[in-house]
Each structure stands twice: as C-alpha cells, then as structure tokens.
Design a protein around this ligand. Structure first.
Ligand code: PMP
Ligand code: GLN
Length: 380
C-alpha cells in the first residue's frame, strides 16, 4: 500500500459489519435498510435483465432514459435546469462520483476544505488525488459550521470546498443562510464546490436546499447524489453528477478509466424510480422520521447523550453520560456486552479530540429491530 493510502486499510463499515455477523449482533452500524425499496422498481430491474436492456455495455455517460429522469428530478424538485446530454453523468454510486470528481478536478498539492467529521471516502480520494484535506470541524452540540472559521481556512492553494448536506454522520442540514454565505465565499475566492447530497430526500426538520441553485454557483458546483438511500437499494450502486458541461466532461474523463461505464439494467429501474409519485417520497420520509424518534427516545432512555438529526438515517450520540470516553473501545466491546453494533465517529475526524466520545447508530431498520436494540442497550 502506498503512502497516500497508509492507515486506510479496511473501512470502518466493513470492519463493524463483519463484527456484527461474527457475533450475531444487531447491526446499527453501516447505513443500509433491512427492507428493500418498492417492489415495482425491483420488478423493473428484473424486467430489464430478462428483456435484454442494459446487459451489454451501456453508453458511458449513462443511458439516455436515466439522464433524462435525473434532469427532470432536478428541475421538478429544485428548479435547476440541466441538459441531460451534456450536464448529467451516471456513476457507480455516489462513491465513484466523489472519486472521479476529486481525481478530475484537483492538482497535487491543492487544498480541499471539508466539514469534519467527513464520510470516509473523502479523505481517501483527496489523498489519491495527491491533494491536502483541510478540516472545518463541526462541533457539538449543534454540529453547524462556523463560517468565519471557514473563511479563515481559505488560502491561495484552496481549490475546492467539499460539502455534504444532509450530513453523515451528524444529520446536520445546511440552512439557506449558511448556504448563501458559503456560496459567497466560493464566488469571492473562485473556488469549485463538490456537494454530496445523497440524503437529499431524508430530511425531517427544515428542507434540503442545493447550493447549485444559488447565484454564481451553477457554473462552479458539481452536485452528487445516488439512488441507494432514496429508494432503499444500496446494493445497486447507481449514482450521478449534475454540473456545467466542462465540469461534467472532466468528471466523465476520470470515470471512463475507473469503471468505463456503470451497470446497465439498474439504470432502467432507477429511471422509473425517480419518476415515482410525490407520495412515495413523503411516505418514505415520514416512516423514517418515526424511526428516528423511536431510536432517539430509546437511546436517551438508555443514558446516551442524543443529538437529534435533522436529516440522514443516522443519530450521533455522546457516550460520556454512560461513563465511557473512547468510542472505538466502546464500539469494539458493544457486541459482546449487549449484541449491538455501532460506528465510532472518531474515525471520520482529523482532530480526533472533537469526536472521541461520539458514536453513530442508524435507524433505517424495522421497528422491532430498533426496539430490540434499545432493550439491549438499556442493559448497559
Ligand atoms: N456519501 C455519503 C455521505 C454517504 O453516506 C454514502 C454512503 N452511502 C455515500 C456517499 C456513498 O453512496 P453510494 O452507495 O451511492 O456510493
Ligand atoms: N454510507 C453508509 C454509511 O455511512 C455505508 C457506507 C459504506 O459501507 N461505505 O454507513
């Protein structure tokens, strides 16, 4: 393993899911639902396979039906107009979109400012691009960015801001005021913005606002999303990028040599999914909001400090009230102590002191699973 990837051997999600399997624990670690998405969408994927749609290499940028559905979705939800032929790119999940965008847009030595805690692939991909990550720490209890601090982190070497809203793992959803202040800084310092919006439909308090819709931002923003969370098919790995033509062309160049194209049949199914009626998105959100409340109450009753998330399907907790200090030790011992798996937030920090006692639980699980997990955690 080269020096750029030193210390990044196995993702925390793989480690903790393996621990859950080995110990037969309830896995509230890695974020994936225990109930698949809509049957009609699964049927669309099966039909595509059996009817020979997408079984051979699909077009590099993604099948036209899906690119059109993505453009329609951006228009209908956010009033953002993108040309499906030149401004939309289908990727192998948001993960590939993040990697391709960073590899395509960064020069070695460029600085990237990202909110810490950051999703683990950000640090790895910035490193693979030979660039330097500069963390802006979201601090408890609000986990909101200090935008004066953001301004102070910008240097002549800063090339881009890497945003994530709704934010994994804290659940922070950037509000219009924060977004416009970030946009002003990007314009003033001529920065690119990559925004990871995979949880755009998982917002319980307030609303999701894409930064690309703000003045001066459309031409400098690469927006990334994915079907995994929104439609509860995380294994399909269909993601996408929307951006101005030059930016999409750059990301496409990198994507060509990473995966060449993305798997075909699921693209047909996701094109249908994006056109599901509004009621699908509303029901999905209210179901998850109920689950959030169920888990939040249970974790509070079990003695955790709970930071209620406005979005995503994660709850960040503080284990200090339980008399614990170290999230990694806590998560490694939790399966044996009570048969539950969680994720230590500290692995998403450079400034590890800020995250040492924080632990993340996911609530995208059946009610009875959440209830059983809470019963077990109350025995701690
Ligand atoms: N970004 C964030 C913030 C995530 O939590 C995840 C995890 N699902 C991804 C990107 C990756 O998404 P995908 O599965 O579509 O690659
Ligand atoms: N995004 C999910 C999480 O944060 C899963 C990520 C993964 O397995 N790479 O839990």
């Amino acid at each position: 393993l080269n020096r750029r990837l030193a210390g990044m051997g196995t993702t925390i999600f793989a480690e903790m899911s393996a621990l859950a399997t080995a110990t037969g624990s309830i896995n509230l670690g890695q974020g994936f639902p225990d109930t698949d998405g809509p049957r009609s969408i699964a049927q669309a994927a099966a039909d595509a396979v059996l009817n020979g749609r997408g079984n051979q290499y699909p077009p590099g940028p993604g099948i036209p039906e899906l690119r059109a559905a993505i453009a329609e979705h951006q228009q209908r939800r956010y009033g953002l107009a993108y040309d499906p032929d030149t401004e939309v790119l289908v990727t192998a999940g948001a993960t590939e979109a993040i990697a391709a965008a960073l590899l395509a847009l960064l020069e070695p030595g460029d600085e990237v400012i990202a909110f810490e805690p950051f999703y683990d692939s950000y640090a790895a991909c910035i490193a693979m691009a030979g660039a330097v990550r500069v963390p802006l720490t979201l601090r408890q209890p609000s986990f909101r960015p200090d935008l004066d601090e953001l301004r102070s982190l910008i240097t002549p070497r800063t090339r881009l801001l890497l945003l994530n809203t709704p934010h994994n793992p804290t659940g922070t959803v950037l509000n219009p005021d924060e977004l416009s202040r970030i946009a002003e800084l990007a314009v003033e310092h001529d920065l690119l913005v990559i925004t990871d919006e995979v949880y755009e439909h998982l917002v319980f308090t307030g609303a999701h606002h894409p930064i690309a819709a703000l003045p001066g931002m459309r031409e400098r923003t690469v927006s990334i999303s994915s079907a995994g969370k929104t439609f509860s098919f995380t294994g399909w790995k269909v993601g996408w990028v929307t951006a101005a033509p030059e930016l999409v062309a750059a990301v496409r160049t990198a994507k060509q040599y990473l995966t060449y194209v993305s798997a075909g049949p699921f693209q047909y199914a996701v094109a249908e999914a994006l056109r599901l009626p509004d009621s699908y998105f509303e029901d999905f959100r209210s179901d998850l909001r109920r689950k959030r409340d169920l888990l939040a109450e249970g974790l509070s009753a079990a003695g955790f400090g709970v930071f209620e998330p406005a979005g995503t399907y994660f709850i960040t907790t503080d284990i200090t009230p339980l008399g614990e200090k170290d999230g990694i030790e806590f998560c490694r011992s939790l399966p044996e102590r009570c048969g539950v798996v969680a994720i230590p937030n500290v692995v998403f920090y450079d400034n590890t002191d800020a995250g040492r006692s924080l632990v993340r639980f996911t609530f995208c699980k059946k009610d009875e699973v959440l209830q059983e997990a809470v019963t077990r955690l109350r025995r701690l």
